[in-house]
Design a protein around this ligand. Structure first.
Ligand SMILES: *Cc1c(COP(=O)(O)O)cnc(C)c1O
Length: 424
């Protein structure tokens, strides 16, 4: 569900016409819907609250890497959302957006000593430790500060899942987390250290997962491990179940619902007496955003192949080039006529700057506006200024209100970031 619908023939973001927005802000531009973010958070919150007996408070910690715009984070912060972060920068962003440290989880496979120190000093809710080497460094960092931060051990349950091999994280060869046996060892070492407070286990097995089974299997593993750790005399009070639930990029109607997901989690954790935490990224943000773009021209070859050349490129939306991701492309205003196949390409000088091949589209012409749907997660965060294209702006809509929440830089601003070496 989202709030990008046609009003009088033109696609709108809530009450705001994308045609008017394109005039005001220019293209390409990301456009986010506050109502959609709020709706998705509310649906998940309500579903988890239904199972508070099994899941406890059920912290929702938005995966900041999916969309780290400060106004997006502030929108979620106002709803009571926490943050799952993977760098000092993301912790600082979450704090700047008004998310309290007590709702910030620090994850990530390669946290530097400086980042660990920052997290300890900030007093984040929990640091998810992903290796023995990291555990040792964190003990040293915490000892220096006479602290005993709460930690969870991120388990790699050897169950990889996700919409593409490049977004799977829980397989045996993936770099994330520690194998089950090693997790027991790390938990015991953490318990024995006066400088750590082990509170539980975490897992995140992949992204864009479209069936509940792999998650359920992984969560059952966490449950069994919790019981084993407790039998060994350890305290385990929290389980962090990660994110990864898929969204309907293709308009699929057979995806697990948020209610089914919450019910499955509750079934697995029933009677275990733990506080569950969730780290959704895509689920909250993907359908809350579109990438608005204009057709520069249509290149038609003698052999009949048609290229729709857009003013958005892979530097603005990298998911298709990075992992063959699918984004629906919708004309902001529909023209009458027979659909035809188009290759959707950007202006970047790379062969991978292709959003889709032979996509069926209604008649379309130079100057038309189009929207890449479901672009609110892993969209703007992955953008760059490759080919010296100014960083794509971000716009937040709230009802009839519009705010440019990351302006497009001017060329002068871009050059000002690169002071010339003084010998030149
Ligand atoms: C990326 C990530 C998430 C969010 O994944 P989604 O598929 O966007 O829900 C959650 N937790 C961790 C540790 C991650 O790295």
């Amino acid at each position: 569900m989202h709030h990008f619908d046609r009003i009088d023939g033109a696609l709108h973001a809530e009450g705001v016409s994308l045609e008017a927005l394109a005039e005001a802000v220019g293209t390409p531009a990301y456009v986010y819907s506050s109502a959609t973010l709020t709706r998705h958070y509310g649906l998940l919150r309500a579903a988890l609250d239904q199972h508070a007996g099994a899941l406890g408070e059920g912290l929702i910690a938005f995966a900041v890497k999916a969309n780290s715009n400060l106004s997006v984070l502030a929108t979620l912060a106002q709803l009571g959302c926490g943050a799952d972060t993977v760098s000092e920068g993301e912790i600082r962003r979450a704090l700047a957006a008004g998310i309290p440290a007590g709702r910030i989880i620090f994850s990530g496979v390669g946290k530097s000593d400086a980042e660990l120190a920052f997290a300890v000093e900030t007093g984040v809710r929990q640091i998810n430790v992903e290796s023995g080497a990291e555990l040792d460094r964190l003990i040293a960092v915490a000892a220096d500060r006479h602290a005993a931060p709460a930690i969870a051990i991120r388990v790699n349950p050897k169950i990889g899942a996700g919409g593409h091999a490049r977004i799977t994280t829980g397989g045996a060869t993936d770099k994330f987390g520690v194998p089950i046996e090693e997790a027991y060892d790390l938990y015991a070492r953490a318990s024995a250290s006066p400088h750590l407070t082990p509170v539980g286990l975490a897992c995140h097995i992949g992204s864009q997962i479209t069936t509940l089974e792999p998650m359920e299997t992984a969560f059952r593993t966490l449950r069994e491990m919790t019981e084993t750790l407790r039998a060994q005399g350890h305290s385990v009070t929290r389980l962090d179940l990660g994110g990864g639930l898929g969204v309907p990029y293709h308009g699929q109607t057979d995806l697990p619902s948020i209610a089914d997901y919450a019910a499955m989690c509750a079934r697995v954790l029933d009677g275990l007496d733990v506080e569950a935490a969730f780290e959704p990224g895509r689920l909250l943000a993907a359908n809350a955003g579109v990438l608005l773009s204009r057709v520069i021209q249509v290149n038609e070859r003698a052999d009949g192949r048609r290229f729709l050349v857009l003013d958005a490129g892979m530097n603005d939306l990298m998911r298709p080039a990075l992992y063959d991701a699918f984004h629906d492309l919708v004309p902001v205003r529909l023209r009458e006529g027979e659909p035809a196949p188009y290759d959707l390409v950007g202006p970047i000088c790379e062969s991978t700057d292709v959003f889709a091949r032979e996509r069926m589209l209604p008649p379309i012409q130079a100057g038309d506006l189009v929207a890449f749907m479901s672009a609110g997660a892993y969209g703007a965060v992955l953008s760059s200024e490759y080919n010296s294209r100014p960083l794509v702006p971000e716009v937040l809509v709230n009802g009839d209100q519009v705010a440019v929440v990351r302006p497009r830089p001017s060329y002068a601003e871009m050059w000002a970031r690169e002071p010339k070496a003084d010998w030149l």
